[in-house]
Design a binder for this molecule. Structure first.
Ligand code: SF4
Length: 376
């Protein structure tokens, strides 16, 4: 394969990777342009194995979207309903949100992942009480809640600074931020697909504050719509630059655009090969972010499995309920058991490791895969 990579004119990139020299913007564009996907995958896999060998992470988590009422109008979104009372809109009571955790008392969950629409009428106490309630019900659970876009919205709505919002949420039990809302950082793209929500600079500034407050976060990229390859590379480099400053990102998560039931439905969904390439290039460009995750809900289970040889070392988790992608036409299941996740990782020739949100090992690869089924 090395000869093939050299024949493709990528010998200088191999040399940079071998000597620890950072890949430049132009290198990223060349990786997207290269016609040989397997060569790109081979390069990304080398970087993946340097960091993680065959280890492949997942977690025992649950997702919760407490409201889909949202004042923003992102063109790619199939989840949001503009106003309370619009057909299909919902807002959980706190009891309903807490019930999602209570009814899983038998499951060894380690994380709740909460993201919401930008609801214009809920008080800040709704979110603070939600966090406090989760911690009351299950003190050890990790609360990965609210995208940077939500944090910015709270600050504007409640007349606070971004830092004040984060500090109050932290005091109520918040442990980390998910990476959603990044979309594509390029202004051209944001103006077209998500003009009325928090911009790229503020998204990154909020993550920077979260890192300074001691929280870990993730960063995403929505790919496969109107963005160019240059804009993808630019996005990666902006995440890389912040990571140089703070070291607070744990994972980079490319998210596939899904076109059903939204205003961009005329566009095709990204192909499997595009998905594999985006994950591979992410691994190669983001030399300072430890993990590249394939969110199996978005990529499809089978493509996520192949991606484990294209730079990916993390598959997210059991998820259990998911609305955002399923309202956009995702045909994946909404949940996987830990047994199913372990088996699909093993079937891909990798070693399954259950992690908690901070990548501490919960169950190593030596554990049997046919442990009791924990998600019903
Ligand atoms: S992506 Fe988020 S912010 Fe945008 S419309 Fe959907 S729910 Fe609202």
């Amino acid at each position: 394969m090395l000869q093939r990579v050299n024949e493709l004119g990528l010998g200088d990139i191999v040399e940079k990777l071998d000597t620890g020299e950072r890949l430049a913007f132009e290198d990223g564009v060349r990786l997207f342009d290269c016609p040989d996907l397997l060569a790109i995958g081979w390069l990304a896999n080398r970087e993946r194995e340097k960091r993680h060998e065959g280890r492949t992470y997942y977690n025992f988590n649950i997702r919760l979207e407490a409201t889909n009422v949202c004042v923003a109008s992102c063109l790619f979104c199939s989840f949001a309903r503009l106003r309370p009372g619009d057909p299909g809109s919902y807002t959980m009571s706190l009891e309903q949100a807490w019930d999602k955790l209570r009814e899983r008392a038998h499951q060894p969950l380690t994380e709740i992942h909460v993201v919401n629409g930008l609801h214009p009428e809920l008080p800040f106490d709704y979110y603070l009480d939600m966090l406090r309630g989760f911690k009351r019900i299950r003190p050890g659970i990790h609360l990965k809640c609210f995208t940077a876009v939500e944090i910015a919205f709270f600050a504007d709505l409640y007349g606070m600074t971004d830092e004040q919002v984060l500090r109050e949420l932290l005091a109520a039990g918040l442990d980390s931020l998910p990476g959603g809302g990044a979309e594509v950082f390029a202004e051209r793209v944001r103006r077209k697909i998500c003009h009325d929500k928090c911009g790229a600079d503020r998204y990154l500034a909020i993550h920077k504050i979260a890192h300074a407050l001691g929280m870990r976060t993730n960063v995403t990229m929505l790919y496969g719509h109107i963005e160019t390859k240059e804009e993808r590379v630019d996005h990666m480099l902006r995440a890389r630059a912040l990571q140089d400053e703070t070291g607070g990102f744990q994972a980079f998560i490319p998210l596939a655009f899904h076109p059903d039931n939204n205003q961009m439905r005329k566009l095709p969904a990204p192909s499997a090969t595009e998905t594999l390439r985006v994950h591979a290039v992410s691994r190669l460009m983001l030399d300072n972010i430890p993990h590249v995750k394939a969110f199996w809900i978005a990529t499809g289970v089978e493509v996520a499995q192949v991606a484990l040889w294209f730079g990916v070392d993390d598959l997210d988790g059991t998820v259990q309920e998911e609305k955002i992608y399923h309202m956009a036409g995702a045909r994946t299941p909404e949940a996987m058991t830990t047994t199913a996740i372990r088996r699909l990782i093993r079937a891909a020739g990798r070693d399954p490791i259950e992690r908690d949100t901070l990548y501490n090992v919960v169950t190593g690869p030596e554990a049997p895969d046919d442990a009791p089924v924990l998600v019903q």
